[in-house]
Design a protein around this ligand. Structure first.
Ligand code: UD1
Length: 438
């Protein structure tokens, strides 16, 4: 076993700028949307993260040619008629479930394992299955999901909750189904509109109306397309919160802050200055933020659950008392025990956390337990004078190309360090040394 960790020497304000990588939550459904139709799809600004690597391997196993050259990924269909996904990648990443809609659209059948992903809650797929049944799919569930839809047809799908993944699965299946599909109660996340824009470039007929519903007229075929992914708003939000937490200034080149309106309100409440310019987005903050009396996460346009851990970390040293309610995933407070190791004062009561700001955090060895939680711990470490380590960088690698590199560009002292996997004794020694040093 190898050990790699993110080392951060914190306690100093940020000052720097960078360009934000392409969006993870948009590119994963876009890659699944390469399954139906013909021709070559070229995706530019495709983030180099492990969730993308896993998705490319799923496509390869399905018989597609998938190549990366720098930030550009090229997907080419080969006439393969495979409809089953069985590699370990499919279990590892939650978004593998999107191949259900994509394969139903192409092959009218699909088989895949129940999806995994970060353990941030129960994460069932009942809404996906119920919605796809409306379009004519039938399922049998064992340790795998097996789906058939001899006649996939349009219909009105009413989602009782605006699930991002269920909305995307319906779009993927309906794009080439017979007839007209309407999704009422569709999720409104901007990543869904990116998926629709990509499919429309390929020849699909999809529109979102002002009431939020999505209307899809099935087309016979989808063709080639070239698409550039927009900046990842969660990665952008992470670095803006890092500035609010550590103080200083960050400038995100080419980022307009789209889809981050709820974060903008929170950052302004924390006393940060948010300024959009022609070239990008700048956030400046004092040494200690103000508390946020109450904030709850919610589906878009509410405050994103994917930024909740980072916000919590940024409020640990706020002046005053903050309260956060998590309404989307029930298991998002796993960072709390790690933040307490640093001297944070946080009490959890059900889905609510109360954070009493302290004047100083102390460095520590911290264990990430999920992707965004890991980013939250990095933000906490930036505030603690001295050397901290965030273990389990494999979670961070799912969504951040290189968080150490990015934090350095923003003026922090940070880097990802690895302990050689081949030498287990040395690895143990280095690990003990790390614990001792901190
Ligand atoms: C997507 C994002 C994830 C983000 C989440 C909410 C991707 C790859 N991931 O995840 O980063 O945190 O949206 O913004 O885009 N639910 C059910 N039944 C279902 C589906 C969902 O009960 O069939 C519940 C989930 O358990 C969760 C809530 O609905 O409590 C939100 O889930 P959903 O919007 O589907 O999130 P994901 O698509 O998994």
């Amino acid at each position: 076993m190898g050990l790699s960790y993110l080392e951060i020497c914190g306690g100093r304000p940020l000052d720097g700028e960078l360009e934000i990588q392409g969006s993870k939550n948009a590119v994963l459904p876009v890659l699944a949307a390469c399954v139906p139709g013909e021709g070559v799809c070229t995706i530019e600004n495709c983030p180099d993260i492990t969730d993308v690597t896993d998705t490319l391997n799923i496509l390869r196993a399905l018989g597609y040619r998938a190549e990366r050259a720098g930030g550009t990924v090229r997907i080419e269909a080969s006439g393969s008629e495979k409809y089953e996904i069985c590699g370990p990648e499919a279990v590892r990443i939650r978004s593998s479930v999107l191949f259900l809609g994509a394969l139903l659209g192409k092959m009218k059948k699909a088989r895949l394992p129940l999806p995994g992903g970060c353990v941030i809650g129960a994460r069932p797929v009942d809404l996906h299955l119920r919605a796809l049944r409306t379009l004519g799919a039938e399922f049998s569930l064992t340790e795998k999901i097996t789906a058939v839809a001899p006649r996939l047809h349009g219909d009105t799908v009413r989602l009782p909750y605006p699930s991002v993944g269920a909305t995307e699965n319906v779009i993927l299946a309906a794009a080439t189904a017979e007839g007209h599909t309407v999704i009422e109660g569709a999720a409104r996340e901007p990543e869904i509109d990116e998926l629709c824009a990509f499919l429309c470039l390929r020849g699909a007929d999809i529109r979102r109306l002002a009431d939020g519903s999505i209307h899809i007229r099935g087309v016979r075929r989808l063709g080639p397309a070239s698409y550039r992914m927009r900046p990842d708003r969660i990665v952008a939000g992470t670095y803006l919160l890092a500035a609010a937490a550590a103080g200083g200034r960050v400038f995100l080149r080419g980022c307009g802050g789209e889809g981050l309106e709820a974060l903008e309100r929170a950052l302004r409440a924390m006393g940060a200055v948010w300024r959009k310019t022609d070239g990008g987005l700048e956030v400046c903050a004092e040494e200690r933020p103000r508390a946020v009396p109450y904030l709850e996460t919610a589906p878009h346009p509410g405050f994103p659950t994917d930024l909740q851990s980072q916000l919590m970390a940024a409020l640990c040293r706020a002046r005053g008392s903050s309260r956060i309610r998590e309404t989307v995933f029930e298991n998002r407070f796993r960072v709390v025990s790690e933040l307490r190791k640093m001297g944070a004062r946080i009490e959890v009561n059900g889905d609510c956390a109360r954070i009493e700001g302290v004047s100083r955090l102390r460095p520590a060895v911290l264990e990430a337990a999920d992707l965004r939680g890991g980013a939250g711990l990095a933000i906490a470490a930036l505030q603690a004078p001295g050397r901290s380590a965030v273990l389990h960088t494999e979670y961070l690698a799912r969504g951040y190309e290189d968080i150490g590199r990015d934090l350095c560009l923003l003026g922090a002292q940070a880097r990802i360090r690895g302990i050689r996997c081949t030498d287990e004794t040395k690895e143990k020694e280095e690990y003990s040394e790390l614990q001792r040093c901190l």
